[in-house]
Design a protein around this ligand. Structure first.
Ligand code: PEP
Length: 253
């Protein structure tokens, strides 16, 4: 099973989101059954889409962020229960734009992840190094620090799920991909570390997505790598025909 997840970032009004979903629904389900499609709209569009009746059954929805608390005086925050009430079952946690632009700490990422799991949401934990960290030879220690912080003292129950996205910060929105060797190296390190944090069988079962300037022209060579279970895609998910093409490519693997 390959997973193709589209992160719309801060794009699309309600009208634009509904037009997109109408268009992708008209293109039809991905040809192969073994592809899971997830879209991450902004909160406003997410709420509008869930009530619209436009979302086809093969397309799941997720939120781009989530609060670290269940409820309370946290102005501007959105809780897991609110996300679930909008028909979404996934949330991005620790996306690099939130870590590096908004300034989210490892500890806040952990609270968000735990809050998702308590609230019946599958978190997509994003990890990845900056270009300076890669050049300094600290890719492994940065990723392990992010994983350790997010997964501290965590045991997943049978009905709790987790996805991890390796997104090197220097590849996000830059047009520059990690090479297949760099992706395999990072994914294998993440896989081993997940097994040591969460136990062998749980660690082995967690899907690993690659994110960073994935486009229809380069996706086949990435998604067919042995360590890659799918992609987290920003820019190229913004047009329905491109996103649909990515689904078809993943289905061909
Ligand atoms: C992302 O937003 O997670 C991402 C990978 O963006 P892009 O595909 O545009 O690099």
């Amino acid at each position: 099973m390959k997973i193709v997840a589209g992160n719309w970032k801060m794009y699309k009004t309600i009208d634009e989101a509904q037009t997109y979903v109408r268009q992708i629904a008209a293109l039809g389900a991905p040809q192969k059954a073994g592809v899971q499609a997830i879209l991450f709209p902004n909160y406003v569009a997410l709420g509008a889409l869930s009530g619209s009746g436009l979302v086809p059954p093969w397309l799941s929805l997720g939120a781009q962020d989530v609060a670290g608390e269940a409820e309370g005086a946290f102005t501007g925050e959105v809780s897991p229960a609110m996300i679930v009430s909008a028909g979404a079952r996934y949330a991005l946690v620790g996306h690099s734009e939130r870590r590096h632009i908004i300034g989210e700490s490892d500890d806040l990422v952990r609270r968000k992840l735990v809050n998702c799991l308590r609230g019946s949401i599958t978190p997509v934990l994003c990890v990845g190094e900056t270009i300076e960290e890669r050049r300094a030879g600290t890719m492994k220690s940065v990723i392990f620090r992010q994983l350790d912080a997010a997964l501290a003292d965590l045991t997943l129950t049978a009905d709790q799920h987790l996805l991890v996205a390796y997104e090197p910060v220097w590849a996000i929105g830059t047009g520059e991909n990690a090479t297949p060797e760099q992706i395999e190296e990072a994914h294998n390190l993440i896989r081993q570390h997940l097994a040591s944090c969460l136990g062998d069988s749980t660690g082995r079962a967690i899907p690993l997505l690659y994110g960073g300037s994935v486009k229809p022209f380069n996706f086949a060579s990435i998604v067919s790598l042995p360590s890659v279970d799918g992609g987290l895609i920003g820019g190229a998910s913004l047009k329905p025909d491109n996103f649909w093409e990515l689904l078809q490519i993943a289905g061909g693997c």
